[in-house]
Design a binder for this molecule. Structure first.
Ligand SMILES: [Mn+2]
Length: 379
């Protein structure tokens, strides 16, 4: 059981997107959920996003996985680190340490990055556009965080992939020991130096950019064949200036642009789809044999459980809690069955007790979710 020793609510009010802080003993009695060997194992997998960063003799290099097993037989003693993104998608134990963070909205959550570093390892001073809780596991790292970036920092071009900056003055600093948490808001430069072989867990949150919202909305409009019409104006007059675009023309075209977003239902649906898509690959495996609805009823009645693919985003909107947005898809349940949507979205495991009464329509949706491999049964 992973439990925070502090109030997330108070933390949000004081620090979230405001200032960095070190929370000593943020996790009481923290136990590493994953071992360095398991990190190495994950970094050998094709579908897992991994990196190896080395800074021996101040020569920086960064390589992307998957890595061959031989790589781990001949590593130097110091100055390297191995990073696995979205470890929560591939390792159950790693996913479990996220449990206390479920008081934060899931749509903002990005992934759990796990990092194993030997003495002297680090990625150098840099700036991220993420909110991150860096939880220290075994070992020790020394961290420094600087004042928020307002354009005062110079990029360093030692290694393009690492996007380092030259230097920064210290705002806060400290040695992290097992269970300590460093919170860094977006835009604050930071640098970690490994003092002894260390495991770090970065719980990352990423809010969308305005340009991403617009570009994703445009994709959504195209995919749904919305707005497939030209400007219609039968009241055209001749003009003195052949090259002028009149204020009326601009007003008509602006109206057209805004019309795409005029329907809140449409915008809601777009947001539900967009926000429920994970930015990292998921471990989705469709079942070998297609499930029939009746089989699912029998299965649930046997008292067994269904499990959600780790990291799968399943959301519902406050306004319409009978619609589940799952991995970018829409599943509309009976309006009497919002509890099914809440259960599906909030929990990683569901059992028959959660669904003693279920309409045929909902059963069809559940069956579809199983057949897509979004939920699965234990072997
Ligand atoms: Mn960082």
């Amino acid at each position: 059981m992973y439990q925070l020793s502090f109030s997330l609510e108070e933390f949000l009010a004081e620090y979230w997107q405001k200032k960095p802080t070190i929370i000593k003993g943020g996790f009481a009695n923290f136990q590493d959920p994953i071992s360095p060997e398991e990190i190495a194992g994950l970094s050998m997998e094709e579908e897992v996003d991994s990196r190896f960063v080395s800074n021996l003799n101040d020569e920086w290099s960064a390589e992307h996985g998957p890595f061959p097993e031989e790589k781990f037989a001949q590593l130097p003693e110091t100055h390297w680190q191995l990073i696995v993104q979205a470890a929560n998608h591939w390792h159950q134990g790693a996913a479990e340490m996220l449990e206390p963070f479920k008081a934060m909205p899931n749509w903002l959550f990005d992934d759990l990055m796990v990092l194993y570093s030997v003495e002297g390892g680090g990625v150098g001073p840099h700036i991220d556009q993420y909110d991150v809780f860096i939880v220290q596991g075994q070992g020790k790292r020394y961290w420094r965080v600087g004042e928020k970036d307002h354009g005062q920092y110079n990029e360093n071009h030692r290694h393009t992939a690492l996007r380092q900056i030259e230097s920064f003055d210290t705002l806060i600093e400290g040695e992290l020991e097992p269970g300590d948490i460093l919170y860094i808001p977006p835009g604050f430069p930071h640098e970690g130096k490994t003092l002894e072989p260390s495991m770090s867990y970065s719980v990352g949150y990423r809010s969308p950019k305005e340009q991403e919202l617009l570009s994703n909305f445009a994709d959504y409009v195209l995919a749904h064949e919305q707005g497939d019409m030209h400007l219609h104006n039968p009241e055209l007059n001749t003009r003195r200036n052949h090259s002028e675009v009149s204020n009326n023309d601009i007003a008509d075209l602006t109206k057209m642009l805004k019309a795409a977003m005029a329907s809140q239902d449409n915008v809601n649906q777009f947001l539900g789809c967009m926000l429920s898509q994970s930015r990292h690959q998921l471990d989705i495996v469709a079942p070998e044999e297609v499930w029939q609805a009746e089989e699912l009823v029998d299965f649930l009645q046997s008292g067994k459980s269904l499990y959600k693919v780790s990291g799968l985003k399943s959301l519902f909107l406050e306004d319409k809690p009978n619609i589940a947005y799952i991995n970018g898809e829409i599943f509309e349940f009976d309006s009497e069955e919002t509890h099914i949507v809440t259960t599906l979205c909030n929990y990683d495991e569901i059992s028959a007790e959660d669904f003693t009464q279920i309409s045929h329509e909902s059963l069809i949706h559940l069956t579809a979710l199983l057949n897509k491999g979004y939920w699965f049964v234990a072997d």
